[in-house]
Design a protein around this ligand. Sequence first.
Ligand code: PPS
Length: 341
Amino acid sequence: MMDGNGNIKVPEELKAKYLFRLPQAYNFADYIWPGLLMSPQRILAIRDIEFQPSDIIIASYPKSGTTWVSELVSAIVHNGDTEAIKAKRQHERVPWLELNTDYAWVKLYDFWQSAQKALGYSPTVKEEDEKKSKPVARVWFTHLPLELLPKSALEGGCRIIYVSRNPKDNAVSFFHFHQMARFLGQQTTTWEEFFPLYASGDIYCGSWFEHVLSYWTFSRVNKHVLFLKYEDMKKDLSREVSNICDFIDFDLDNEARKRVIHHCTFDTMKNNRMANREGVWLFNQARSKFMRKGVVGDWKNYFTVGQSEIFDQLYSYKMKGSNLDYEFDPEEPFEGEKTKL
Ligand code: PPS
């Protein structure tokens, strides 16, 4: 399946089927984009955003732990005031950088959200509490490939936290995501169809290898970029919280730190409507939960022996010389996050 240059050949009709199933799909800068959310105009316009040094961008290939890191960073910059952040949905605290906010449906959604607050169906924050819990930094998340990041971010104008995940678990999570994300067409694509598309990178956000390796190389020569791995966070969340705090020069006292860690465990986040994307129109959680399993090693339930062998070959080829490697198997059963306090 892989040629001598590390390319995976995907039948043309499979690629066409994927594009057909992706609502308003278009090609821009050599990537496939879901037209329900993003426009070339928006992607070009954000190239010129001027960031402040305290701003933080959380970047990732989709399904790598973006929401997890977003909740962690949001909790940290709110000084561990987890009660305050429970009163606001994550996307209000950590917006999606490349989302085209000019679309009528986005405006309608914002209006609906405000109406829910006004009618008391959704928590509201009192003005005095809003002031008290003001975050010390602005935070966004993005799935943009490195070369499309705003220029000011590339030039060190803000901090970037990149989170990555082993590509086998990432593929499985992305497969389920395609079934529930309305903007990806709630695709009924089978795993057999999805696997070659993922391996070749003929999908939204392109190749995992290109995305991750470009940010990895960038992080090694730029002090304003922190590179994280999902598997490290599963192993020792406390250590990664310290890592993030050091990176953004922020001190959390011990109590605040405990609160942040508890607030960001899989079970707490799964049951927190403000973090689990419940009620967000973009996702049909009746098909698959956003907070699905949150484990390392779920790929074993999907990859056939043959697919695993092909992927291992591809992985060795693409990652060679990068000095970057991932854990694919949990060392011990992951019954819950190790939260060394
Ligand atoms: S997205 O749509 O790209 O923003 O998705 P993303 O947030 O990057 O990834 C979603 C996966 O991350 C898992 N997740 C977590 N795992 C462990 N602990 C916590 N707290 C946590 N929060 C989110 C989520 O369950 C998705 O992985 P899967 O494997 O599908 O369960």
